[in-house]
Write a protein that binds this ligand. Structure first.
Ligand code: PMP
Length: 283
């Protein structure tokens, strides 16, 4: 595996960042997780745009142009001979001192890792996922925007620890108003009374790129679509539920907090949207 670090490639065992990098010391940095299909990164320009917005959100100047960044991502994928894979793009604040002062960080570090996919097991796509609600509340947008895909994922990790303790692979996070926000690394959708619903950005979610594509596809197929605040009650009483994310694509959810959603099996709309999404990724 060849890892890209700020213009050079390193073998995995040689790829290093400084222990004084504020990305390491403080989680001061941003990232994107992308997926490639047949050697092409899906919605690369959308990911690059979101990375630039995250950078703006934390007052970080990326030392490249967007075109240069796209080229570096594509080159790393090609060099590693990865066709269907997962790409992690990271920009750290760079090497500084032990203090918080970001001015002392010399140069942001750009890291690109192209790897094989680590997917949910197939069985979960066939039978659906069981999730639980975390007691960890999703970070409040007035404190730190969830739109900033920052290197500090502790809020999500604490929720994910709760998932594993409950024997689940994902976990539902509520916002400080008690509304449904998203999962630790995926957005959530429900299908209820002939309508596809997902929480709006104001619920304190990361606006996922997969979420966006699913909304586009749903509108094209003539489904009624609504970005609307929702509670756990809406999920309990939904006909169908699924999660979206670059790595997961669409994954059905059949239980929340041990309560069966719909018929307790992946729903027809979920399956149809997954098929259409996969067609879109392979275009
Ligand atoms: N929410 C969170 C918190 C995430 O980390 C992610 C990405 N892993 C998503 C949603 C899904 O976003 P995307 O579809 O862009 O991968």
């Amino acid at each position: 595996m060849k890892i890209y670090i700020s213009g050079k490639y390193f073998e995995r065992s040689e790829a290093r960042v400084s222990v004084f990098d504020h990305g390491f010391l403080y989680g001061d940095g941003i990232f994107e997780g992308m997926r490639s299909y047949s050697g092409k990164v899906f919605r690369l320009s959308d990911h690059i745009e979101r990375l630039w917005e995250s950078a703006k959100g934390i007052a970080l100047e990326i030392p490249f142009s967007e075109v240069e960044m796209e080229r570096a991502v594509n080159d790393t994928l090609l060099l590693n001979g990865i066709s269907d894979g997962y790409i992690r793009l990271i920009v750290t604040r760079g090497e500084g001192t032990l203090g918080l002062d970001h001015h002392l960080c010399r140069e942001p570090q750009v890291i690109i890792i192209a790897d094989k996919l680590a997917l949910y097991p197939n069985e979960l796509y066939e039978n659906g996922l069981e999730i639980v609600t975390a007691s960890t509340i999703r970070v409040n947008p007035s404190m730190l925007s969830p739109q900033v895909k920052s290197l500090n994922y502790l809020n999500n990790i604490l929720a994910k620890i709760e998932a594993y303790k409950a024997g689940c692979a994902e976990v539902l996070m509520l916002n400080s108003r008690g509304e449904v926000a998203e999962c630790s690394g995926d957005n959530i959708f429900i299908y209820k009374r002939g309508e596809l619903r997902t929480p709006p950005p104001e619920a304190g979610i990361l606006e996922g790129i997969t979420r966006r594509v699913v909304l586009e596809i749903a509108v094209k197929t003539g489904l009624r679509v609504k970005e609307t605040p929702m509670t756990r009650h809406d999920v309990f009483t939904a006909d169908e539920c699924f999660l979206t994310g670059s790595a997961a694509e669409l994954i059905p959810v059949v239980k929340l907090d041990n309560r069966i959603i719909g018929k307790g099996k992946p729903g027809e709309i979920t399956k149809k949207l997954l098929k259409l999404f996969q067609e879109e990724t392979r275009k």
